[in-house]
Design a protein around this ligand. Structure first.
Ligand SMILES: C[S@@+](CC[C@H](N)C(=O)[O-])C[C@H]1O[C@@H](n2cnc3c(N)ncnc32)[C@H](O)[C@@H]1O
Length: 228
């Protein structure tokens, strides 16, 4: 494996370049924005290749997990955090969350341009978690979905605190964490998941390790948390 290739079996070609652009050891939201802007047009294709099983990989498996725990309600309001090109919205509709009101947030304007083309999002915001306090009111969502956000030096753990703030009591927060990120002994993401449970902000209703990007050999730990 190349020294600067942080995770995944696929090291060469366009996918290898995508990996090295989006993954880093330290968080820099400007760098992340440039990386996703650069690959936005090919992102859906890349995800299908990294999954290699005919699904959209992380989007598919996170929304499938979401559907096991979050009740379908007419007109429910869902926040798609790190919406990317909006594959999550398509998956939710296919899973029977319809009609629904989905709001997407992303730090890459080019990813948001792709999501806008789908015509299924009620609102799309160019913003960086956790800096969304001026956009969202407390308790305004029934559920938050964050598929693929918690990766190597990607969405910061403080985003979870913001998810709790914007979700109504009894609502759900469902997200994936790459298994290698979750398993790191000094993982800030893992520490935050446990802290929010300990301090009574949420109850972890389900936690499951499973497929994420099968062709790339990457697994994730999925969480469904209910806001208290
Ligand atoms: C791996 S992609 C997943 C996209 C989409 N959820 C999916 O399932 O295909 C992660 C996305 O999160 C966005 N992102 C990362 N950190 C973020 C932050 N702090 N605030 C908002 N978006 C962020 C990235 O720009 C990227 O579009």
């Amino acid at each position: 494996m190349r020294q600067d290739h942080i995770e995944g079996k696929i090291v060469e070609g366009r996918l290898g370049e995508f990996h090295r652009d989006v993954h880093a050891l330290t968080y820099d939201s400007d760098r992340l924005e440039r990386a996703y802007d650069k690959h936005a047009e090919n992102y859906d294709e890349f995800l299908m290749e990294l999954a290699g099983d005919g699904t959209s990989g992380c989007s598919h498996y996170t929304t499938l997990f979401f559907s096991k725990y979050v009740p379908r309600q007419k007109g429910m309001r869902i926040l798609d955090a790190g919406v990317g090109t909006g594959i999550g919205g398509v998956e939710l509709i296919n899973l029977g969350y319809n009609p629904l009101s989905i709001v997407g947030v992303d730090l890459s304007s080019k990813m948001l341009e792709q999501a806008k083309k789908r015509g299924i999002y009620q609102e799309l915001h160019y913003a960086r978690f956790p800096e969304t306090k001026e956009i969202f009111q407390p308790d305004e969502f029934d559920a938050v979905l964050c598929a693929g956000g918690f990766s190597h030096a990607a969405m910061p753990e403080s985003a979870m605190v913001e998810f709790v703030r914007v979700t109504r009591p009894g609502g759900f927060i469902v997200f994936s964490v790459r298994k290698s990120v979750y398993d790191k002994s000094d993982s800030a993401i893992t520490a935050m998941i446990k802290l929010l449970q300990r301090e009574g902000s949420w109850d972890i209703v389900a936690q499951e390790c499973g497929k994420y990007l099968p062709a790339d050999g990457v697994q994730a730990v999925y969480f469904a948390c209910q806001v208290l």
